[in-house]
Write a protein of this length. Structure first.
Lengths: 185, 185
């Protein structure tokens, strides 16, 4: 099978006074999705965190994210808001104590993943109103797995926050902007 | 073989006005090392970045770090200094274009690793004076691999910056503090 040709126009986003041309990366043989990269871009990360700040639901007591792309964003959002954040990992670490293990079924790319949350960090979510923070929410499978981690930690899910939404998920996601789920070449 | 008993006293660090008790994690059957966790701790991350700021060598034009623990730190340091940063990954990503691949021989834990730097990001280091940023530098094997990535990107290594040093490496590392390489139980 041949790959479709890469579209000649990159996809452009503007957040605050930061504008970026997103690379389009192939998904299957069907089309392209814009790639949001926070790693290596502190300017975009900060602009997005500042724009997300007013979208944090009132009463939020903690944030939960997952490695890797959303990590600098969650850090910055924690820094700006003063809210603590926790991070689910995609690998077991030897130092984890009684980690919570959570499967993420059927991701966009068709590969299922496993999340690990150190028991010591899970405890910090106990009894708290927790908001899920992600870079992009598409199907919502990852967000749902993170929500399960919140519940299993004894916290309550207080909302879903994403820099970008892609396509339709059934979750009540607050996002800055919609990204095309598929850009036809 | 039996594990040594966990020392009862955690190891304490203070950076700026932030104090943390570090968990001690077993290394082999020999002892314990203090675990520095930036993930989920924006307060410590910010304090460390602020303290590292004056240690960035004059003339530095970019920073290079590696996932995962040092990532929020490098982001924050980039944010505070205005210097761009790049991130080496430990897995190949499908969207990477002509990535540089670099082996990290003989790490502390005896497991060798591979680093991946997206060609698009490598190009941004070309012709620049680059400082390596890490959370902890111990043997210096990872720092040396990152330095190779800088050179292979066409940049020059302008220094090594770490929040903490552990033991003796032959690299000229600027760090805030020395951590015990091994805490006897």
């Amino acid at each position: 099978m041949s790959q479709p040709n890469q579209p000649s126009q990159p996809f452009e986003i503007t957040v605050g006074n930061v504008t970026r041309s997103l690379r389009l990366v192939p998904v299957g043989q069907m089309g392209f999705v814009p790639l949001v990269e926070f790693l290596g871009d502190s300017e975009l990360t900060r602009a997005v965190a500042q724009a997300l700040l007013p979208l944090i639901p009132e009463g939020t007591e903690a944030l939960l994210t997952v490695v890797t792309n959303a990590l600098p964003l969650a850090h910055e959002l924690s820094d700006l808001s003063g809210l603590p954040y926790e991070v689910a990992r995609k690998k077991r670490r030897t130092y984890m104590q009684a980690p919570l293990i959570q499967e993420v079924p059927g991701l966009t790319l068709g590969v299922s993943e496993t999340l690990w949350l150190d028991g010591l960090h899970a405890r910090r979510l106990g009894g708290k109103k927790v908001v899920i923070v992600q870079d992009v929410i598409a199907t919502g499978a990852m967000a749902t797995a993170l929500a399960r981690l919140v519940e299993r930690s004894g916290g309550t899910v207080h909302g879903y926050l994403a820099a970008f939404k892609q396509g339709e998920s059934s979750l009540p996601v607050r996002a800055l902007q919609e990204l095309p789920g598929r850009v036809e070449p």
